[in-house]
Design a protein around this ligand. Structure first.
Ligand SMILES: [Zn+2]
Length: 268
């Protein structure tokens, strides 16, 4: 049995105003931040957590987020760097269905897909302030249809090959790979905890905390459904960090990301 490996798939970058990244705190002004997905190579299979954003979608619907993405930063491009193809991924798990976490789902019609039980329904009937977050509906034919956005679907995407297995609460995705329920940013949001053989565990906040500053000061992002739940979720992650000595990694923090290992450099 080989040791578990974690790869960070660099998905390019986007821009938001500082007041959206650090809600009601700022400072304002344009901030460019990274987007990435997490590949867990495990004895039980290859698990992909989130799939980044689709460049064309962002240019069409949210061009003000100024996407920068090279060929190697698309999901197929990032996998190719590792000598892999989409078909090598057995399970796709989405932390939540915001556009910058689902853009590459369309490349995995064959994979088993998993999400929190409330996320599909929410994305199909978002609150008014969630509409842009849930704007790329290509992850689910069913939800796209409910939104009247079926024209977004890629060739071959059907309700059958975009259906999800639902989870709730904290769950183990594979041995030593845990999904930590952290609602607030989205109704069914998850963070990710991975145990590795040769280093301390990794705790990916995903969008429960965009940046180190968000986490240290319990600052939600401007995009959320329940800011109080969001603060509680950050406290929950801090408790896990304290108990396990895990390294905490943030979803959208340019400064932290510069020190993360990406491309072929795995954590193991
Ligand atoms: Zn999000």
């Amino acid at each position: 049995m080989t040791d578990t490996k974690v790869y960070l798939l660099d998905g390019g970058s986007l821009v938001l105003d500082g007041f959206h990244i650090w809600w009601n705190k700022g400072p304002g002004g344009e901030v460019r931040f990274p987007v990435y997905s997490v590949l867990v190579e495990h004895a039980e299979g290859n698990f992909l957590i989130d799939t980044g954003y689709d460049y064309d979608h962002v240019m069409k619907v949210l061009p003000f987020e100024k996407p920068q993405q090279t060929e190697q930063q698309t999901i197929p491009g990032a996998l190719k760097l590792l000598g892999m193809e989409p078909k090598d991924i057995g399970v796709v798990f989405n932390s939540h269905f915001h556009f910058d976490h689902v853009g590459g789902n369309k490349f995995f019609p064959h994979a088993k897909k998993i999400c929190h039980k409330a996320e599909i329904e929410q994305s199909a009937k978002p609150e008014p302030f969630e509409v842009l977050g849930y704007s790329d509906m290509t992850f689910s034919a069913e939800a796209a249809e409910a939104r009247g956005m079926s024209e977004q679907l890629a060739d071959g995407q059907t309700a059958a090959n975009t259906s999800y297995e639902h989870v709730e609460g904290d769950v183990e995705l594979a041995k030593g790979v845990k999904l930590v329920f952290t609602p607030g940013h989205a109704i069914g949001h998850y963070s990710l905890y991975v145990e590795l053989a040769n280093r301390r565990p990794m705790l990916f906040t995903l969008d429960a905390a965009y940046t180190r500053k968000s986490y240290d000061n319990l600052i939600n992002a401007g995009f959320h459904i329940d800011p109080i739940a969001g603060v509680e979720s950050m406290k929950k992650l801090k408790k896990i960090e304290e108990e396990t000595g895990a390294e905490v990694l943030f979803s959208h923090d340019a400064e932290s990301f510069a020190n993360y290992q990406t491309g072929v450099n795995a954590y193991s």
